[in-house]
Write a protein that binds this ligand. Sequence first.
Ligand SMILES: [Zn+2]
Ligand SMILES: [Zn+2]
Length: 268
Amino acid sequence: MHLDVWGARGSHPASGMAFSQFGHHTACLSVRSGDHLLVLDAGTGAAALARALEASPPRAVDILLSHFHHDHVMGLPYLLMSLPRDTALRIHAAPEGSPGLEALVAAILSPPYFPAGIAGILGRTACREHRAGAAFEAGGLEVCTHPLEHPGGSTAFRVSDGARSFVYATDLEQPEQPDAAWIAFARGADLLVHDTMFTEMEWETRRGWGHATIEGALQLADAAGVLRLVGFHHNPVHDDELMVLRERELVRRRPGSGLAREGESLSV
Ligand SMILES: [Zn+2]
Ligand SMILES: [Zn+2]
C-alpha cells in the first residue's frame, strides 16, 4: 500500500514560502488501488487530490472522516464535485452527539456553507454511520476504528490489506500513558501516522485542546511496537525552520521516523 499525503497541517492552512517544505494544506491522505480510492479526511488537501484524480478518476471512493472540524472536511465538496457521476461514493464516520452523518454532510454541501447546486451529490452518496470501535470493509481493505479523546470526539482508523497495515490517529488528547486498548489497536502496525501538533512547551498551556506532542506519539509507537512513526497535523504557525528541528529530534529518538510532507507517498 502507498499512503499519499495531500495535506498534513492542522487547524488551518499555512500560507507562504516559510511553510513550503512540509506543505500548506490541511488533513487529507489517500490509498489508491486500481479503480478504488480510500480517502482519510477531506481537509483542504482534498481539493489537491481532486485535481490529481482528473486524469484517471477511480470508480469507487470510500471517505473516512475522523471528525467534522473544518480542517478535516473543508475540501469535501471539491472532491465530491470533481468525481464522475457514476462513481460509487461512500462516506464513513462516527459523529458524536450530532444530528447524524447524513445531516452533517448535507450541511457541508449546501448553502450557506457552500453554493447551491451540488446538493444532488448527496442523493448518490452513501453515508455509513458507525459506532466508534466498529470494523468494516472498504474496497477490499479492512478498516478498524477506535474512539479518541478530542473536543467533540474524533476517530482513529487502522487500515489493513491483509498483509500490511497503518494507523491514522489525529486530533487526540494524548493520555499520560496509552491504555491497553489503545496499545492493542496500534499493535504491530507497519506505519503510525500520529498527531504531533504541539511542542512540549506549547503542550503545557494547551492541555484539553485535543492534540499531542512528539513525546506522546513516541510513547504509543514504542508501546505498540509499530515499525515507522510519521508525525501529522502540523501546527500552522510552525515554519520550516522549526519543523526541521523537531523532525531532527524525532529521528534522533526513533530512527526511520519523520514528519509528514505534503506531496509525499508513504509506503506501508
Ligand atoms: Zn484538526
Ligand atoms: Zn479537531
